[in-house]
Write a new protein. Structure first.
Length: 161
């Protein structure tokens, strides 16, 4: 099954393999009345999503364990450590990179439902509570589904603003 094919109804808090991450949707767009969503994420060292922009929501990264470097267009990179948060405003291209030598754990809080919807639509249930191994990712399909959720992919992983 590809990482972009959802064949089940997700249960609240269910562990999901979202691209290269282990995720759980803690508050979805419906629960957050379209104004808020919260997703728990764990990523491997070096993990970096495609450069992208959220057109409908602001995104906050709150670090629980590990380290992220947040790259936001027009700004110097920001190092985010446990207990700290990084903010990516809507309409501004951004990406992160996991910079710690071990897996990093963070929360993604959004002022809308788009990101949680994207996670729901491109994830598969995690068979184990571990990071996915060799996920099958179709970049064109991810870009199409992202656009449906108001998130525009601007470049492949590794592209910086």
């Amino acid at each position: 099954m590809s990482a972009t094919t959802t064949t089940h109804k997700q249960r609240a808090g269910e562990r999901l393999w979202f691209l290269h991450n282990l995720s759980r949707i803690l508050v979805d767009g419906e629960e957050g009345e379209g104004r808020f969503s919260l997703v728990d994420m764990t990523g491997a060292p070096g993990d970096m999503p495609p450069l992208h922009v959220h057109h409908e929501e602001d995104e906050t990264f709150y670090l629980i364990d590990g380290e992220l470097e947040l790259h936001i267009a027009g700004r110097e990179p920001v190092r985010v450590l446990p207990g700290q948060a990084g903010f990516a405003p809507r309409g501004v291209p951004h990406a992160y990179r996991v910079t710690s030598p071990d897996a990093t754990h963070w929360l993604v809080a959004c002022t809308g439902r788009s990101f949680a919807g994207l996670v729901r639509d491109v994830s598969v249930p995690a068979r184990t509570p571990t990071l996915p191994v060799d996920p099958q990712i179709n970049p064109e399909e991810i870009a199409r589904i992202s656009a449906h959720h108001g998130i525009e992919i601007l470049g492949p992983p590794g592209t910086l603003p």
